[in-house]
Design a protein around this ligand. Structure first.
Ligand code: U2F
Length: 454
């Protein structure tokens, strides 16, 4: 019997949230058993145009959602927090409007909602329609777990005093007993429900247990204890990644060919790759310290640096390092990390970057900035032992050189390389035919096909 299901997908259009959601949707849509399923992808025009980059997919239709700026005018100015605030103040009405349009256009009622977990109100939209809500957490299990324990953490902070709590460990959170309070995401530590981001995540924590399934782009074997704990908190907790090992990524054409050719000429595991993701640029003093460390240590480097940050480099840096360094405004990161000449990744510890580094076995040097990144860096250094954090947590010339030496030249680096290669193997096993992530993905597919539950 042919199935006719219509899945409504609600994206969060900031940072690297919408792209992995689209990767998941493409994987669901192209699976041979998903015939008859239509996906309507609801996202802002700006984010849709970035992630679809003009490509069309058979059973996925993109719909533009109002970004909250004045009607008819896309948001252009201000910082990302202002843009988020505007967008959030337009929800859920902006999504409801296009959901109705998609139903009229397809002639099919939406039978299941799949959303970024941040968009907690999807729970109410799904309840109102009597359909399931599947939520996608775009970061790691460890940060999701920390958020799920927010009430206990806040109550401890109140009874002990925030300052005294900082160095205490999360002894009551399974799998995170070595994590200090000071490693936690700022939204938990600030305990300020007046911040729109904190409020959004706090509301998400209340709603997630009602979600038919919580999906993460990770693999169970990286955090078995956290995974089991989260399985006990949610109706279904499905690790379906790393998606880059299980699904083809969107091609970005020939962009970045120049740096790939340059990498081909470098020695095995000799290059330092540097990127701080899609949102962050370090402060000028740190940019200068990092540049000086690269220049002094003379390791070949490839730096993904937005054009507007070039002015933060020391005068003459480009000329002096041109024999061994390359700067690009955007790198084809997956192909870069896959290249055997890359020996270390200086990263802000966004979850996608960490997962990509694990998938290609590249040790990390961590300089986290906000949100989940600090906690991720703690896990990288102390739990998974696949990278190092900078002394003092920020770039200084000497601290950065020390970190580079320990990864590239010392025994520490050798052990870290072995650890990350073991973890990479576990990730690869998870996406094999009978791997845990493959089984979870099949369960997810069944769930959205017959939306009454697995
Ligand atoms: C937010 O993360 P970011 O977007 O800042 O960072 P990542 O999660 O690491 O994702 C960056 C992606 O951009 C790609 C790279 C990753 O897939 O391969 N990329 C690239 O292709 N070329 C470049 O030159 C630079 C990057 C947030 F800030 C984090 O804290 C969260 O963990 C994350 C997920 O929720 O979202």
């Amino acid at each position: 019997m042919a199935i006719h299901s219509h899945i409504g997908v609600l994206a969060f259009p900031f940072g690297t949230h919408a792209a992995p959601l689209l990767t998941l949707v493409r994987r669901l849509a192209t699976d041979s058993s998903s015939r008859g399923i239509t996906f309507s992808f609801f996202n802002t025009a700006k984010s849709n145009s970035a992630i679809f980059s003009g490509q069309e997919f058979d059973n996925i239709k993109a719909y533009d959602v109002w970004d909250g700026a004045h009607e008819g005018e896309a948001f252009t100015g201000g910082n990302i927090l202002e843009a988020m605030q505007l967008f959030l103040s337009a929800t859920p009405g902006n999504f409801e409007k296009v959901m109705k349009e998609a139903e009229v256009e397809s002639g099919m009622k939406i039978s299941c909602l799949l959303s970024d977990a941040f968009l907690w109100f999807t729970c109410d939209l799904a309840e109102g329609r009597g359909i399931p809500w599947v939520s996608f957490w775009t970061a790691a299990s460890c940060s999701l777990s920390a958020h799920m324990y927010t009430d206990q953490i806040w109550s401890l902070m109140r009874s002990t005093g925030a300052a005294k709590t900082e160095e205490k460990t999360l002894s009551f959170v399974p799998g995170m007993t070595s994590v200090h309070f000071s490693d936690l995401p700022g939204e938990i530590l600030s305990n300020n429900l007046e911040s729109p981001l904190t409020l959004m995540i706090y509301k998400m924590v209340q709603k997630l247990p009602k979600s038919t399934a919580v999906v993460v782009n990770s693999f169970e074997e990286i955090d078995p204890i956290i995974t089991n704990d989260l399985k006990s908190k949610f109706q279904n907790f499905l690790n379906i990644g790393p998606s880059i090992l299980s699904s083809p990524t969107l091609s970005n054409g020939d962009s970045g060919q120049e740096c790939l050719l340059w990498l081909e000429k470098q020695r095995h595991a000799s290059v330092i790759y540097i990127s701080f993701g899609t949102v962050t640029t370090p402060q000028p003093t740190e940019m200068a310290a990092l540049a000086e460390a690269l220049e002094t240590s003379e390791f070949p480097f490839l730096w993904s640096l937005r054009d507007n940050a070039m002015k933060l480099l020391p005068e003459g840096f480009l000329e002096r390092t041109s024999k061994f360094g390359m700067i690009v405004s955007w790198a084809p990161q997956l192909k870069v990390l896959e290249n055997p000449s890359v020996g270390a990744f200086i990263t802000h510890c966004g979850w996608n970057s960490i997962l990509e580094s694990i998938s290609y076995g590249v040790p990390m040097i961590c300089r986290p900035f906000f949100g989940d990144q600090n906690l991720n860096s703690k896990m990288v250094e102390d739990v998974w032992k696949i990278g190092v954090r900078l002394e003092g947590g920020v770039f200084t010339k000497n601290g950065t050189i020390e970190a580079l030496h320990s990864i590239m030249l010392n025994e520490t680096g050798k052990a870290i390389r072995e650890n990350i290669n073991k973890l990479k193997q576990k990730a690869k096993n998870a996406v094999k035919f009978d791997g845990t992530s493959t089984k979870n993905f099949k369960a997810l597919l069944e769930l959205i096909k017959s939306p009454r539950g697995i």
